[in-house]
Ligand binder design. Structure first.
Ligand SMILES: [Zn+2]
Length: 317
């Protein structure tokens, strides 16, 4: 039985997992990111971390079929290059080559949102669904599409950048340079900004108490907590937020008609009556094919989706 190693490269932690062919994590090790590292040093560090998790699981290096790496980056698996990265020292970096200097093994690269989708497809909430879409609500909005077990990400790996679908002409300015991108309305960042705006308008809102009077302490969960307490301002925030979130989901459904869309990221932990139930209602209203609804569910692997998906990249691309 072969084993795989998946590495999730995040902004704060590097996590390597030893994974079997069903997507089960057998062992896991994590290490904080040293932000001063060069690309070369980071690649060797990742190779050492991969070997360490192998040793923890008492698996011989030669029984590892492949290593997959999920990065918060634009990657080109064909060439093994990391093209660019928001918070990592990678720019046109020959990642695979640098990694293989330390450990000569097949290395696959994927972006983190695509890896999360692969993980949920093989071992999570999207298991055996096709097409399956996984949408991750975080600082931005990431997306991944799996069709019959294979990742679909365009001819050069940058497809399914769902966060940058434009849902509002001349809308809010996005980090990508365009205006009105979905992630400016549906990400955790957007929810925090909506909450802060509503607080400015409503000095007596319970939202202020929830963040100890400090608007910079507002989190994605604050509006949900306020709504749970019956606060009208918090409910207004969620209405606007869910409206924006639903538009992107409706577009995805009308274009792809996935069997399932899984929502991941911290926001997806909100309770059903405040998030999934109202969202399902909004999405159902806007979907073209009303007799064949797409299931809208919470992703089930949490932070492990990235490791599992990275490990199984080799079977999915
Ligand atoms: Zn954008």
């Amino acid at each position: 039985m072969g084993h795989y190693i998946g590495i999730d490269v995040g902004g704060t932690n590097l996590v390597a997992g030893l994974v079997d062919e069903t997507g089960r994590i057998l062992d896991k090790v994590s290490h904080p990111v040293d932000k001063s590292m060069t690309a070369e040093a980071l690649c060797s560090e990742l190779a050492r971390l991969a070997q360490k998790v192998c040793e923890m699981g008492a698996v011989d290096y030669k029984n590892i079929l492949a290593v997959g790496v999920g990065l918060p980056s634009q990657v080109d698996n064909d060439s093994g290059m990391v093209i660019r990265s928001a918070n990592m020292p990678f720019e046109n970096t020959p990642f695979r080559q640098l990694f293989q200097k330390e450990w000569d093994i097949p290395v696959y690269l994927g972006n983190d949102a695509n890896c999360a989708a692969i993980g949920e497809y093989w071992a999570g909430a999207a298991k055996d669904c096709s097409p399956a879409v996984v949408v991750t609500l975080g600082t931005g909005i990431g997306g991944g599409l799996i069709v019959e077990g294979k990742l679909v990400a365009g001819f050069a790996g940058s497809g399914m950048e769902v966060g940058h679908m434009i849902i509002q002409p001349n809308g809010n300015l996005c980090g990508c340079g365009n205006r009105g991108c979905w992630e400016r309305y549906g990400s955790a960042t957007a929810l925090i900004q909506l909450t802060q705006l509503e607080m400015e308008r409503t000095p007596d809102s319970v939202l202020w108490e929830l963040c100890e009077g400090d608007r910079y302490k507002v989190q994605g969960r604050t509006a949900f907590q306020g709504a749970r307490l019956g606060d009208p301002a918090a409910k207004r925030v969620l209405n606007v937020y869910l409206q924006g979130l639903s538009i992107g989901l409706i577009n995805l459904i009308n274009i792809l008609q996935p069997e399932i869309i899984c929502l991941g990221g911290g926001i997806s932990n909100a309770e059903d009556d405040l998030l999934l139930d109202p969202l399902r209602e909004l999405v159902a209203k806007g979907t073209f094919d009303k007799s064949n609804p797409t299931r809208l569910e919470r992703a089930s692997l949490g932070n492990d989706a990235g490791v599992v998906g990275a490990a199984l990249l080799c079977n999915s691309i």
